[in-house]
Design a protein around this ligand. Structure first.
Ligand code: ATP
Ligand code: MG
Length: 417
């Protein structure tokens, strides 16, 4: 579980506001729900035999002896919140997003933490593939906006309806059972509990076996197959490149039809930046009316890493003040406070650091320079009496000059734009 230090939080704020703007542009609205839920919710939605529920959840009993879990993901909580607050009544369409910490007991490594952060998007009430396309176009727009499009690849698959998957499972298990000894240990275990996850195996030997295995695509139901074709049609028309990955299945039980991931080769092993899919059965499974739904979640740690690795952090993203106010003398101090507040009134976005703690002009100049500010304002008791300040440009060759207090705001606005 990491601390996020000021150095990096500016980048996070930038990423979050870029995401927020793109989502708002498509009509998505923010929902916030608690970090803790009843454990049962995750067991029922994510599935008992998934990695998350089997070994990754932070679960504890509260003082009533009730089992609670720190949310490992947002979809289940989002559905729970919608049902409890009647957001899905009368077949309403809901376009929602959320962000915040998620908790999974995993082996910490680069791009994989125990408390990590996701921005998640869920869209309820639309069964047709236009909304699948909408989600994908929206993510593509975000990558473009962040300048990382070139480095992300869209992987796409359809995992069909429940019946298609059940039929496929039989064929897959049948095939893999004949090669049981060659399977890696995890896959041997999953052969009984969750055979589709074997497609996802990291073992090279298992992957080689899968080359000859029956293909999920051959078991797709007609409806899923049409749905997939239509989605591909929209993506093709929009010029969104993708590759079909027939072994793309998601780790959670509730998906159906479309699944997708945006991956990158820039982050080593943890290359999935954003992952999602359709989950038409989940709302009913959690006690609501049957409601088609689709969503995705992106990991902010990975997004932040890739933007840094690719050097796409805009220069303007920093914690530097615009102006550092150097002050010496008692009268000067009073005047500086007054002037600073006047400037803040006139220029609400101004980042002005008023020097606190005293010290010589020389030591204050050092701090001004180190702060990254582009302008230092300097005031001593003499200037305070005359109603002026000295303006010193810290990053270019313009000569220092003396300005009346009343003219300062206009000067700063012009200088900082
Ligand atoms: P993985 O195969 O990497 O374990 P997952 O299937 O468990 O991924 P999802 O539950 O689909 O991941 O989560 C969506 C996204 O959230 C991931 O693509 C990733 O960007 C991010 N994510 C998931 N787990 C972690 C983690 N432990 N630390 C940081 N980011 C994570
Ligand atoms: Mg995982």
């Amino acid at each position: 579980m990491n601390d996020l230090l000021p150095e990096e939080s500016a980048l996070w704020q930038y990423l979050e506001s870029a995401v927020r703007e793109v989502l708002a542009g498509y009509g998505y609205q923010e929902i916030r729900f608690p970090i803790v839920e009843q454990t049962e919710l995750f067991k029922r939605s994510i599935g008992e035999v998934t990695d998350i529920v089997e070994k990754e959840m932070y679960t504890f009993n509260d003082r009533n002896g009730e089992s609670l879990t720190m949310r490992p993901e947002g979809t289940a909580s989002c559905v729970r919140a919608c049902l409890q607050n009647s957001l899905l009544d009368n077949q309403q369409i809901q376009r929602l997003w959320y962000h915040g910490p998620m908790f999974r007991y995993e082996r910490p490594q680069k791009g994989r933490l125990r408390q990590f952060h996701q921005i998640g998007v869920e869209s309820f009430g639309v069964a047709t593939p236009d909304v699948d396309a909408e989600l994908i176009l929206m993510t593509a727009r975000l990558w473009k906006r962040l300048g990382i499009s070139e480095y992300l690849t869209l992987e796409l698959n359809s995992i069909g309806n429940l019946e298609a998957r059940e039929n496929y499972k039989v064929a897959l298990v049948d095939y893999l059972s004949q090669h049981f000894e060659q399977l890696d240990e995890d896959s041997q275990r999953r052969l009984e509990s969750n055979p589709l996850r074997i497609l996802d195996s990291k073992s090279a030997q298992t992957q080689a076996l899968l080359d000859q295995a029956p293909a999920l695509a051959d078991y797709l139901d007609d409806e899923s197959s049409d749905h997939f074709d239509e989605l591909r049609g929209v993506l093709d028309a929009a010029g969104i490149g993708y590759s079909i990955n027939p072994r793309l299945v998601r780790g959670l039980d509730y998906y159906s039809k479309t699944v997708f991931e945006w991956t990158t080769d820039q982050l080593g092993a943890q290359g999935t930046v954003c992952a999602g899919g359709r989950y038409d059965g989940l709302v009913a499974q959690l006690g609501g009316k049957p409601t088609p739904a689709i969503g995705f979640a992106m990991g902010l740690e990975r997004l932040s890493l890739i933007v840094q690795v690719l050097n796409k952090v805009p220069d303007s993203i920093n914690n530097n003040p615009d102006v550092y106010f150097v002050v010496a003398g008692d009268k000067a101090k009073a005047a500086a406070f007054q002037l600073s507040e006047q400037l803040r009134d006139k220029i609400p976005s101004l980042k002005l650091q008023l020097h606190c703690g005293g010290g010589s002009f020389k030591s204050q100049f050092k701090k001004a320079d180190k702060s990254g500010a582009s302008i230092a304002l300097i005031i001593g008791d003499n200037e305070a009496e005359q109603g002026v300040v000295n303006v010193k440009w810290l990053r270019n060759d313009i000569e220092q000059n003396t300005v009346n207090n009343g003219e300062l705001a206009d000067l700063l606005v012009a200088a900082l734009n």
